[in-house]
Design a protein around this ligand. Sequence first.
Ligand code: C2E
Ligand code: MG
Ligand code: MG
Ligand code: MG
Length: 274
Amino acid sequence: RAKKNRPGTSAMFEPGMRTELLRHVELGTDARRAFESGEFRLAYQPIVALPGGRITAVEALLRWTHPRLGPVAPDTFIPLAEQSGLIIDLGRWVLREACRDLAGWRAAGLPDLTVSVNLSSRQLQDEQLVADVTAALAETGVPASALTLEVTETALMRDPREVQRRLRALKSIGVRLAVDDFGNGYSSMAQLSRFPIDQLKVDKSLIDGIGTDRRQRAIARSVLELGAILELETVAEGVEEPAQLAALTALPCTLAQGFLFAEPVRPEQVGDFA
Ligand code: C2E
Ligand code: MG
Ligand code: MG
Ligand code: MG
């Protein structure tokens, strides 16, 4: 139903929205082609130990530069890949690629480095996931204990029973598990103890104010103390300012990640951190 005095325009979508919608449809259908022609790459962001800042791990982060539209953010294309089911093949590729890269770094002077890989909730529901992880480790010779799989708080809560079962199966092969973006979703802290996790990644939104706001620091403290009580490693996400780092040294936080330490880099650059 076109608006009467604006011929040719849709009543449902304003021009800006329409462009955005078309862009999404185009990106969604194009992602499969992009995957098959090797347009996806991995970047790696260091995770550092506190105090001291020694790099103990890197997180694998997907990158896609569309030939015509330019760089597309993961927050845009991951949901599209989840909807289309591409995330299963894409996620399997990420696991293999990250393990291959890690095997290279460990052989070339970084023997203790570990890698963290993000899993989407679609992958967690996939019967094949445990076999895929096992295969990626076997093919690359990476020990299971050097691979951390990150699952968001929201994905944990989606189907808690099935997720619990899948996470236990992953734990039984020896990989480490992290809850990503903790504090950004709605789950209660009490839920945490039900999952066999090793690491709690505290969302950037809870870290942003810790250098400047006493009350925000108190909230971050309570989350980090919970992690410590549950004997989890704790990662502060999105650390950008020296004042945040200063605040973290007085908090029970074992690891940190953020632009203050390093941005995500190309795989060839990870060796420079040695
Ligand atoms: P995430 O797993 O929480 O990853 C951290 C995100 O925060 C990354 O964004 C990283 O570049 C960004 N970041 C790190 N430090 C800072 C900082 O100091 N300031 C700010 N402003 N940002 C910082 P990126 O690469 O855009 O990824 C966004 C999200 O997309 C990821 O959040 C993750 O949920 C998802 N994602 C990325 N790669 C994959 C993947 O291979 N598989 C799946 N399933 N999801 C992925
Ligand atoms: Mg993550
Ligand atoms: Mg995160
Ligand atoms: Mg995130």
